[in-house]
Design a binder for this molecule. Structure first.
Ligand code: XMP
Length: 514
């Protein structure tokens, strides 16, 4: 694809993906690469600009991540953020040292509006600072264009060399005018026209898929989640019923979810494709009987998925392409882009390739962030309720039922969860909370209902707000909403006599229960 590219050079900062997302919000395409990337490779990509991210190190220490001076002499505009800013100064002859006062949090910054970085930005603006080190002396040729009470060089520039350094984090939402600063850099300073748009991406991708697939056969494992749904629709628009989607109902989906997926992708839905629904509920429950160890449950669910899929794939015979709903954060987190540690091997369709006879993988969403996947979905006319679906783990309710999974426990958690979701939506909170669901604790306790003693299960309600799912805070839900949910669950769901609300943050908790 012929596109304007900005490179985000990753020095291990926790906000690297956020930097890239913000740049894309300015309609400029960017990709994340590790700071270890060879300069020749960087040059060959012909970037319009380069952004150096933050990172946890001190740039003056011997084994800290660095980059050769030549980078700053390429004539390509470069913006250094936090560690990236310090590194730029250090390499070019400025001075970076431990700050006498550590700045952390929202900080008032005074900017020089004559700097092209700060066009349209208030002279007095709130920014997010997080640093131990500071630039005590800018490199020769640099002019200071922002400062705070404790930080004499909050931003510096060398206009002639098109080099810019910002000590704070414009990518973080707490920096109130941060997006404007990044916009100024990529659109005005780098001169990107802003050609990265979802409508043209979708159109172009469909065209490319058509050319690549020719009259080949394509197979897709459809989970009903956002990524695989958007990928499937894109493929269906490109090649119609040369595409076969296999949807495995493992009996661990949310209430009515299997039917909802079938309504969209099945023969009565709007899309042209071959849809195969495998009702494997009993098979899963049999395999899971008597198993209570979380990792073992996950393993069984994952392996069984592969077995079921394999059987279906055998019936279909050899295919030319297999579709995967990999998205950009999967690529970055698998250590393939950027500098982030391998957090998880991406689990979209883990292990699938081995069991299917195919020639090549198609990953139409490989370069997109989640919000871009959603935009692409809307662009193609996928219903909003599907596009904005909450994340749902591959092992499904299997990891929201503590201990052994049984059909009856699945019924309890499905019904409780459906009530919870309905009441959250009724209260108008469904778009504001990151992720929320009901889980079934393995605890039974004594209660009284009518005049009867009960000995039933406790349901736990979970709701978290999170930016990246790596950390999360429990969401504040009005007490009357929680009470309504509690009362409905106890009245309507047989087998439950107690409801808890989980207040645990992540860390130390996780979002799911197992
Ligand atoms: P945890 O529980 O690790 O969850 O705090 C973080 C996010 O990841 C989702 N999650 C999974 N998604 N397969 C998935 O596709 C899994 O095995 C899995 N485990 C957790 C979880 O729903 C949350 O959004």
């Amino acid at each position: 694809m012929d596109k304007e590219l900005v490179i985000v050079l990753d020095f291990g900062g926790q906000y690297n993906q956020l930097v890239a997302r913000r740049v894309r919000e300015c309609n400029v395409y960017c990709e994340i690469y590790s700071y270890r990337t060879d300069i020749e490779k960087l040059k060959s990509m012909k970037p319009k600009g380069i952004i150096l991210t933050g990172g946890p190190n001190s740039c003056y220490e011997a084994d800290s991540p660095t980059y050769q001076r030549e980078l700053f002499e390429l004539g390509i505009p470069i913006l250094g953020l936090c560690y990236g800013a310090q590194l730029m100064m250090h390499v070019l002859g400025g001075k970076v040292e431990k700050a006498p006062v550590r700045e952390y949090g929202k900080t008032e910054v005074l900017t020089d509006s004559a700097s092209p970085l700060f066009t349209g930005v208030s002279e007095n603006t709130i920014c997010w600072m997080s640093h131990f080190d500071y630039i005590s002396k800018p490199a020769p040729g640099f002019q200071v264009v922002a400062h705070t009470a404790d930080c004499p060089v909050a931003a510096a520039q060398n206009l002639e060399s098109q080099l810019f350094a910002i000590q704070f984090h414009p990518e973080v939402l707490h920096t109130q005018e941060g997006t404007k600063m990044l916009y100024n850099f990529v659109r005005n300073i780098c001169g990107c026209a802003g050609t990265w748009r979802m409508d043209s991406f979708v159109e172009q991708s469909i065209q490319e898929i058509r050319e690549k697939v020719g009259d080949g056969k394509v197979l897709c494992a459809l989970s009903g989640g956002v990524d695989s749904s958007v990928a499937a629709v894109m493929l269906s628009k490109a090649i119609g019923n040369q595409l076969t989607c296999v949807f495995v109902d493992h009996g661990l989906l949310r209430k009515n979810e299997g039917d909802e997926v079938e309504a969209v992708f099945g023969p009565d839905g709007p899309y042209e494709l071959n849809f195969i629904r495998v009702n494997a509920q009993e098979r899963y429950y049999n395999k899971l009987a008597g198993v209570s160890e979380p990792e073992q449950k996950r393993k069984i669910i994952g392996e069984e998925f592969i077995r079921v899929f394999e059987e279906e794939a055998k019936k279909i015979g050899a295919v030319d392409f297999l579709v995967q709903g990999t998205i950009y954060p999967d690529v970055v987190e698998s250590g393939l882009g950027g500098e982030s540690a391998v957090i998880k091997s991406h689990h979209n369709v883990g292990g699938l390739p081995d069991c299917v006879d195919f020639k090549e993988i198609i990953e139409p969403l490989r370069n997109l962030f989640k919000d871009e996947v959603r935009k692409a979905g809307l662009e193609m006319g996928i219903p909003e309720n599907l596009v904005f679906r909450q994340p749902f783990p591959g092992p499904g309710l299997g990891i929201r039922i503590i201990g052994e999974v049984t059909a009856d426990k699945v019924r309890i958690v499905q019904d409780a969860d459906a009530i919870y979701r309905e009441e959250i939506a009724n209260a108008g909170l469904d778009k504001t909370i990151g992720q929320y669901f009901a889980a079934l604790t393995n605890m039974r306790s004594v209660g009284v209902m009518g005049d009867e003693r009960t000995y039933d299960y406790a349901v736990a309600l979970r709701a978290v707000n999170t930016v990246d799912f790596m950390t999360a805070e429990s969401a504040e839900i009005p007490f009357e909403v929680l009470q309504r949910v509690m009362s409905r669950i106890i009245n309507e769901v047989r087998g439950v006599n107690r409801v808890f609300y989980d207040l645990t943050s992540k860390p130390p908790g996780t979002i799911e229960f197992e």
